[in-house]
Design a protein around this ligand. Structure first.
Ligand SMILES: C[S@@+](CC[C@H](N)C(=O)[O-])C[C@H]1O[C@@H](n2cnc3c(N)ncnc32)[C@H](O)[C@@H]1O
Length: 282
């Protein structure tokens, strides 16, 4: 998949802060700011080849104009470099204080997800995509659902996850099965699942679009997809660093889901996490 240039309000929300961070270190031109952000987020490529953050030039223009208008940065006309003002330094500290995330956002997001499933028949068949060691799968099994947890084991930290989950399933019981599989090649017929859920996994999937298409096919008509992942933007960045930009932003979710056949899209921000819900037409 080609790299994507990222844009939109979620990215601008982050840029409003991070431009101040970079200019507090030293003056930069607009081009240097974009390059620096790309370089600093380059480790994201460990998770996805397209993972570095490529900021759209038009978004950077908007942010620079906004910060200048507020007196937080100024441009040296001789060098074309932007520099931070005294007000800018104060504004940066204020943003950091206001956006400190409490821990436990992931737990709260999972609880919210489960609360959206309370009216679901308890024999529903649920797929947990990128289950890891079964963070969601075990919770869903406790609710009485029939659960399949799958994980590709793509990373060093996750290569043994399915074994760990199986071991726990043996002691804990519940209607839960674990399989090592990639969501794009899961050996299950189309329209198999009433629900497909995912926690903190879509961000590290190699081809997110293909994964989303696979999810759509595997869902039965009328079925729902519920996904918890990092919040893209300032709050996500302050809690998870560059990794938050591996996730899909609020505005990107709307576009992607609607373009790929889903409807009834709803989103909930829970601290530094985003819970996204969408339905396949009946
Ligand atoms: C950060 S872990 C999250 C695990 C668990 N859901 C949780 O919330 O703790 C993301 C998992 O997604 C898995 N994964 C990545 N790409 C995948 C794919 N295409 N299909 C299935 N699993 C995948 C990884 O192996 C990894 O275990």
């Amino acid at each position: 998949m080609m790299r994507r240039t990222r844009s939109g309000p979620s990215i601008r929300e982050f840029l409003n802060y991070y431009v101040l961070v970079l200019l507090a270190e030293q003056p930069h031109t607009k081009r240097e700011l974009i390059q620096e952000i790309r370089d600093r987020s380059a480790d994201n490529r460990v998770y996805r080849s397209t993972g570095a953050l490529w900021v759209a030039s038009a978004d950077m223009d908007k942010v620079l104009a906004n910060l200048r208008q507020r007196g937080l940065i100024e441009c040296d006309s001789a060098s074309g470099k932007w520099q931070i003002s005294w007000h800018g330094r104060r504004a940066r500290s204020k943003i950091e204080r206001q956006n400190q995330s409490e821990s436990g956002g992931k737990e709260r997001a999972a609880e919210k997800m489960l609360s959206l499933l309370t009216s679901v028949p308890s024999n529903a068949y649920v797929l947990d995509a990128g289950t890891g060691e079964g963070f969601l799968a075990f919770r869903l099994a406790e609710y009485g659902f029939q659960v399949l947890g799958i994980d590709s084991g793509s990373f060093d930290y996750s290569k043994d996850s399915i074994q760990q989950a199986r071991q726990q399933a043996r002691t804990q019981g519940g209607n839960v099965e674990f399989r090592q599989a990639d969501i794009r090649r899961l050996a299950e017929p189309d329209n198999s699942f009433d629900y497909i859920v995912s926690s903190q996994a879509i961000h590290c999937m190699e081809d997110q679009l293909e994964c989303l298409k696979a999810i759509y096919k595997l869902l039965q008509p009328g079925g729902r997809f519920l996904c918890v992942d990092f919040l893209v933007g300032l709050r996500g960045f302050l809690a998870h660093g560059w990794h938050c930009f591996l996730a899909i932003s609020r505005e990107e979710w709307v576009e992607l889901l609607l373009e790929n056949g889903f409807y009834n899209v709803r989103m909930y921000e829970i601290d530094d996490y985003l819970l996204t819900e969408a339905q396949k037409p009946a």
